[in-house]
Design a protein around this ligand. Structure first.
Ligand SMILES: Nc1ncnc2c1ncn2[C@@H]1O[C@H](COP(=O)(O)OP(=O)(O)OP(=O)(O)O)[C@@H](O)[C@H]1O
Ligand SMILES: [Mg+2]
Length: 330
């Protein structure tokens, strides 16, 4: 996992330099489908530092795309404000747009233009643009420069949509669920691309995702958003450390052991059992270091064997459950 290095830290460096992104008391109100209105974005405030990767993690309808679209100047806020590198998304819209790259959640491209023609067209909208060949080469699509988007695989199309957001050599790239719907290998490929955009090209990245492991893998900090509000924002390690305390100790036995026997083991907070050929147990513990040796001692006294022992550290999934009271995906 990448860690936040000194120059990524917010507030360090030149005090006069504006943050990459600033969101202040942002509210977006939509008509409610049944009655009245509701806040899809409900008083959000956060900053993204220059050089940082911020992952915005949240379930369907959390307000992720709406937030990004307002920052990108594609939608107006109901109240509050957003700026990019000190340029207001609304009032400095034209200047701001030359500094950002935008990958929308659902991209549709002109059907009858090749990849190369599309990049040239997009590039012509900006005062400064990168060569189509160089961009396509970066994502392994140079051989497809004469292809149409409709002729690309899912992973290739996603890589193209990211590179299409880079034609103007932006300082900040916004990616809205860049890996949704991809198989694990294509997803890992895109992770490498996103990492390289940040680490090699030095661009700030703001991305949304439904995937915990993706947020954890790529982000310097993760914002957990639910119902239009930030529920927590910190480094992945910080979130896990502060919000999810319990490890899980998982094992099975040949013979049934009463659950209550495990409750008195040191560190144990919860005991779960499941019979499925063997007897499987899951112990929540504040201290696997205390629980595991005591478990083996207990086994030797009670004459049962502990099989398939595994210890799981808490994950962002546990943090999400902890702060929102529900799982990210049902
Ligand atoms: N133009 C609109 N009019 C009315 N309601 C809208 C509009 N756009 C979005 N919404 C509602 O606002 C809420 C937030 O939507 P948004 O697209 O920002 O969520 P999201 O977090 O990006 O979700 P997903 O993970 O599904 O992409 C949802 O309840 C959505 O139905
Ligand atoms: Mg969305």
């Amino acid at each position: 996992m990448t860690t936040l290095t000194q120059e990524h830290q917010i507030g360090t460096g030149d005090p006069a330099a504006a943050p990459a992104v600033q969101v202040t008391n942002l509210v977006k109100t939509y008509p409610h489908p049944e009655d009245g209105t509701f806040n899809a974005v409900d008083d959000l405030s956060f900053e993204v530092g220059v050089g940082e990767v911020l992952g915005i993690l949240g379930p369907n309808g959390a307000g992720k795309s709406t937030t990004l679209e307002i920052i990108e100047g594609l939608q107006a806020p109901t109240s509050g404000s957003t700026s990019v590198l000190g340029l207001d998304s609304q009032t400095d819209n034209a200047a701001m747009k030359t500094r950002i790259g935008v990958q929308l959640q659902a991209s549709s491209y002109f059907e009858y233009l090749t990849l190369e023609e599309l990049l040239n067209l997009f590039g012509s909208f900006y005062p400064k643009s990168l060569a189509a060949g160089e961009l396509l080469d970066k994502v392994g699509l140079l051989g497809k420069r004469k292809a149409l988007v409709g002729q690309l695989s899912g992973g290739q199309a996603q890589r193209f949509s990211i590179v299409a957001a880079m034609v103007n050599d932006p300082d900040i790239v916004f990616l809205d669920e860049p890996t949704t719907g991809l198989d694990p290998q294509a997803r890992r490929n895109l992770w490498d691309l996103i990492r390289s955009i940040n680490e090699d090209d030095g661009k700030t990245v703001v991305m949304t995702t439904h995937y915990m492991e993706e947020a954890e893998e790529l982000s310097h900090r993760v914002a957990i958003i639910d119902a239009g509000k930030i529920q927590a924002i910190d480094t992945p390690v910080g979130l896990i450390g502060s919000l999810a305390t319990d490890h899980s100790v998982i094992f099975s036995t040949q013979m049934a052991v009463a659950e209550s026997v495990f409750e008195s083991l040191p560190g144990v907070t919860t005991v779960g059992a499941r019979v499925n050929g063997t007897h499987s147990y899951q112990l929540g513990t504040e201290s696997p270091k205390l629980t595991v040796p005591a478990l083996f001692q207990l086994a030797s006294v009670r004459r049962f064997e502990v099989d398939d022992l595994a210890v799981h550290a808490p994950t962002l999934e546990d943090v999400f459950l902890n702060v929102t009271g529900r799982r990210l995906r049902d």
